[in-house]
Unconditional design. Structure first.
Length: 219
């Protein structure tokens, strides 16, 4: 409470703003999966396949900084009697692709390089250059909050005063829903995977507090 507001009366509202933009970045969740009679053989096969996939992506223009190993796991396989019959290795590789015009060709090349051990668990799109869109979403969120505050102030027969507090929740993306279709399309490596980034929704949510000014003749 400030010295200028002896009777702190306010209205607190939440506003949301949404904008749409075309994704400019794709992240592909690759993996290799191998099975052999020994751990060493399975690891060697996985390393070979993963290295070929990585090198194919680098040759096609993906920066090494945009490649990241995500996990390595080793598990055993058994027969119906519980006897160990082999060992499986799974190793993940995330690739960030910044030129979407080449994304289909890049993913196809990586899968082909990995051979039968290659896997594509899914993809996700983002808008990396989002500053302009986010600013617009924030403006819309504030306008939405102001509209609600005006309504409540009028209902209370009070003038709307100055803003005393603004807080923002983390902004959010809504995926355009391409994950399953692209993963299924990788079953055939004879052609470049079709890429349809669609539109992505970006939303901002803010909470704003306005002072309710005294009515005429008061204060």
């Amino acid at each position: 409470m400030s010295s200028g507001d002896p009777a702190w009366e306010s209205v607190v509202v939440t506003g949301t703003g949404e904008v749409f933009g075309e994704p400019d970045t794709l992240t592909a969740d690759f993996a290799v999966e191998t099975t052999a009679s020994t751990v060493g053989a399975s690891l060697d096969q996985a390393l070979t396949a993963a290295t070929r996939m990585r090198d194919a992506l680098v040759r096609a223009g993906v920066a090494r900084a945009d490649l990241q190993t995500t996990n390595i796991s080793v598990s055993s396989t058994s027969d119906d009697d519980g006897k160990v019959t082999g060992y499986s290795v799974n190793q993940g590789l995330n690739a960030t692709i910044r030129d979407l015009t080449k994304a289909g060709t890049l993913m196809t090349a990586a899968i082909a390089a990995g051979g039968d051990a290659a896997r594509l668990n899914g993809v996700s799109f983002t808008i990396e250059k989002n500053a302009t869109l986010l600013a617009e979403a924030r403006k819309k969120a504030f306008a939405d909050a102001r509209s609600k505050a005006d309504l409540y102030a009028k209902a209370a027969a009070r003038p709307l005063g100055r803003v005393v507090k603004i807080s923002e929740a983390a902004y959010s993306y809504a995926e355009p829903g391409q994950r399953d279709t692209l993963a299924a399309a990788m079953a055939s490596t004879d052609m470049s995977v079709p890429i349809e980034p669609g539109r992505q929704r970006l939303s901002a949510t803010i909470t704003v507090e306005w002072i309710l000014a005294p009515t005429a003749g008061k204060g």
